[in-house]
Design a protein around this ligand. Structure first.
Ligand code: FRU
Length: 503
């Protein structure tokens, strides 16, 4: 609420009177920054979820995100917007889209961006809530176009919606149909859209267009088999190092032993697109991130041909203690997609080194017991370390903020098992997530981005990635290296202070 001489206005009154940007400007000063990131994109105030519209236009990277500025919780979706010329330092831009047409009355849901003829075009889902009646859908979801010549102000296309659900395709009762992502192939535009089969399993539909405005349904590009979820959100077609993958966020995949322990997953499936048939032939799911908090990633093709990816560093239905501080959720750092040893790996984008400021290097050290270095005890920064595990059973690294709040990662050399543990922000109990490196390896490379309330841990240059939020009660931090049954040689160890991404 803001006060003037005569009255105290409610959020609902302000929402009516102020533009989203005026509301944000009036309230961003109220945000408590104790857990607010320095080098991750987060909303100035209010809520964000999926990254959207990740694109390159007029010499700048554009990133949009699902945004509800009025409260730090999900609400009718707007598109927040930031731009960058180097993928590292970002500028805030005005809110790009908000619900103001009958076809997007209850939200401008996720979608993508692509440059065409000197204009930045956004294709997004218009979401309309219906009153749920038995046997009838609870929503209408359509795909809509918004276009900008300056990359800042967007006009919704007069022919919207440009894609409606194809009549001859059977669908689930609730008519899920969202999150378009466009790419170009042989002079034609292709869009994947997430959907559901009548059996309530996930599927991806593919459409084609010559101009982004007129679209034809091509085919069901892929669909869930077995335990692959009831709805496939946020599909992406990704091309990297001469390989192809379908990347998507299936809802409702059930835990299988130590896999799929999060509420929803984000996966890649390597394969090959048959453009003639509109079918993607593919392998099984591989998780893109094995931590607690990663969802709805979006990819883009950088001008130099690299495939870049940003995800939402959060998970639906997890407790988000920063909501008490007036903001909620953040993006991951940008990552790159590469093909190595028959697998997709996702190291951090190479541009991120531009954030480095002061370096605190340690000489080569033999770790015989729990060891920490005073200069590494910082709330934000980047850790780069390499270890030789020949003389030990493994290594644990603790990112501690007092006994109770620590996040720990452990590698068991013989099995290759990696375990990430934290205190659950929802239950307060310790919880674990699991990944696997090849068994028996003696070398381990670790790169960690630590940013007040988040950790992104990259092992062996993106072979395993684990992301998590954590909510320490104080600003104190310490990194503890703990050899497991033996001694570990740290062959490289440096902690970088990192700068802010917003001026
Ligand atoms: C994924 C998602 C999308 C949808 C958006 C709504 O997290 O559910 O499917 O477009 O969030 O905010």
């Amino acid at each position: 609420m803001i006060m003037n001489h005569h009255e105290v206005k409610t959020m609902a009154e302000e929402k009516k009177e102020l533009t989203p940007d005026a509301f944000i400007a009036a309230h961003e000063g109220e945000v408590n920054k104790r857990w607010y990131p320095r080098f991750h994109i987060a909303p100035r105030v209010g809520w964000c979820n999926d990254p959207n519209g990740f694109a390159y236009f007029n010499g700048q990277y554009h990133l949009f995100y699902q945004h509800y500025p009025y409260e730090p919780k999900w609400g009718p979706m707007h598109w927040g917007h930031v731009t960058s010329s180097d993928l590292v330092h970002w500028q805030r831009q005005p809110v790009a889209l908000f619900p103001d047409h009958p076809y997007d009355a209850d939200g401008c849901f996720s979608g993508c961006g692509i440059e065409k003829d000197g204009r930045l075009c956004l294709l997004y889902t218009g979401h309309v809530d219906l009153l749920k009646k038995p046997g009838q859908p609870d929503r209408i979801e359509t795909q809509n176009l918004a276009v900008s010549t300056d990359g800042v102000h967007f006009t919704k296309d007069e022919h919207n919606p440009v894609i409606t659900f194809p009549e001859d395709v059977p669908t689930g009762e609730d008519h899920h149909f969202r999150d378009p992502k466009v790419w170009q192939h042989d002079g034609l535009y292709y869009a994947v859209v997430g959907a559901q089969t009548p059996e309530e399993t996930g599927q991806v539909l593919v459409f084609t267009s010559e101009d982004l405005e007129h679209w034809q349904f091509k085919h069901v590009m892929a669909k869930a088999e077995g335990n692959q979820g009831f709805m496939w959100e946020c599909p992406n077609f990704a091309e990297f190092d001469g390989h192809e993958a379908l990347i998507l966020s299936p809802q409702g995949v059930k835990p299988e032993g130590r896999r799929y322990l999060n509420l929803h997953q984000s996966v890649s499936m390597l394969g090959k697109m048959d453009y003639k048939a509109g079918i993607f032939y593919h392998d099984d799911f591989e998780l893109l991130d094995y931590g607690f908090d990663f969802y709805a990633p979006q990819v883009m093709q950088a001008p130099d041909g690299r495939c870049l990816m940003i995800g939402w560093l959060a998970m639906w239905e997890s407790a988000m203690p920063e909501q008490a501080d007036g903001w909620s959720c953040q993006m991951t750092v940008p990552r790159e997609l590469h093909y190595r040893h028959d697998k997709l790996v996702t190291p951090p984008a190479k541009e991120l080194t531009a954030l480095r400021e002061k370096a605190f290097s340690q000489p080569e050290t033999v770790l015989t017991e729990e060891t920490s270095f005073a200069e590494w005890s910082q709330e934000t920064g980047e850790l780069i370390a390499e270890f030789d595990l020949s003389e030990a059973k493994g290594l644990a690294i603790h990112f501690a903020a007092g006994f109770d709040d620590e996040v720990a990662i452990r590698l068991e050399k013989e099995s290759g098992n990696v375990t990430l543990s934290r205190k659950s922000p929802s239950t307060g109990r310790r919880e674990e997530r699991f990944a696997k490196l090849p068994a028996g390896q003696t070398k381990l490379a670790v790169r960690v981005y630590e940013d007040r309330s988040s950790l992104e841990i990259f092992l062996n240059d993106g072979e395993v990635v684990m992301s998590t939020r954590f909510y320490p009660k104080t600003e104190e931090r310490v990194i503890v290296l703990e050899p497991q049954e033996g001694t570990v040689r740290m062959t490289e160890g440096v902690f970088y202070e990192l700068g802010d991404i917003f001026a």
